[in-house]
Write a protein that binds this ligand. Sequence first.
Ligand code: 13P
Length: 322
Amino acid sequence: MQAIVFPPLNNSPKHELSDIQKKILDAKKRKNAVILAHNYVCREIQEIADYVGDSLGLSRQAKKTNADIIAFAGVDFMAETAKILNPSKTVVLPDHNAGCTLEQLCDPIELEAFKKQHPDAIVISYINCSAKVKELSDIICTSGNALDIVKQIPPEQKIIFAPDQNLGSWIIEQTGRNMLLWNGYCAAHMQYKAEDLKALKDAFVGAPLLAHPECPKAVRDVADCVCSTEKMISFCKESNADKFIVATVVEMIHRLQKEIPDKTFIAATTSNEPALHCKNMQMNTPEKLLACLENLEPKIELSDETIKKSLAPIEKMLEMSK
Ligand code: 13P
């Protein structure tokens, strides 16, 4: 499989905003909205968002915004988190079908039954879960703070970690502590194969391989850095290397190129495709972003009870992360 190479952006001329980008900025101003975008959405949206970042940064931004409307270019659990942190605001998502496999693989009824089998355990849930699962959790974490949060829990405390078994097993490897893992996974990151990534390292000698912790263990084992999307940026900035292989959703490379225009990024190949895509994140098109700002639909709607119960573990996460 031929890898896609993104050369340094340094000398490329700045391009004009497109008509749709101008319309989105106009609608945003009229509605007093803020656009929060995840690192995995398309370049056109990243270019005009007020903030682009990882799940942790997005939660922090959602908490502190003064805008009336939050237009969330991401997936439903991220927009729900913004609503839980800001119940009085209108939160819109360009496509209400933009979900997450991790969320679908953790049924709250099953998690509740599992909790009953382990009454002495606390539940730490990756933010990629439904609001109902957040209600059942003691602490939420993201890939950017999960390790740090688990390290703060007394060693004798039993932990159920849901729903990502890959992030969970990476934390177990890093800390040596035992946790009960839920068996969820990200269908996108599971497409990587260690042998493909080893072949890429042989083809691009000297290029560190960065892998998201949602990758399977065999892939993480060949990586030079296992990191959240935001940590990928600091790693590439600080490294002396001038090229990097990036094993996560390919749109992340737009953000890397923006922050580090003098370096080269290579999209890690899967067995089927030259670069990894997240079908849910791809539902965020500029057209749908414009429509959701104009119509203020689809809106995130959560019951008062769900908001109240799921806020506590999110607040706990924000308190515990530096
Ligand atoms: P980050 O928080 O590292 O951006 O990850 C979010 C995510 O959903 C990865 O698939």
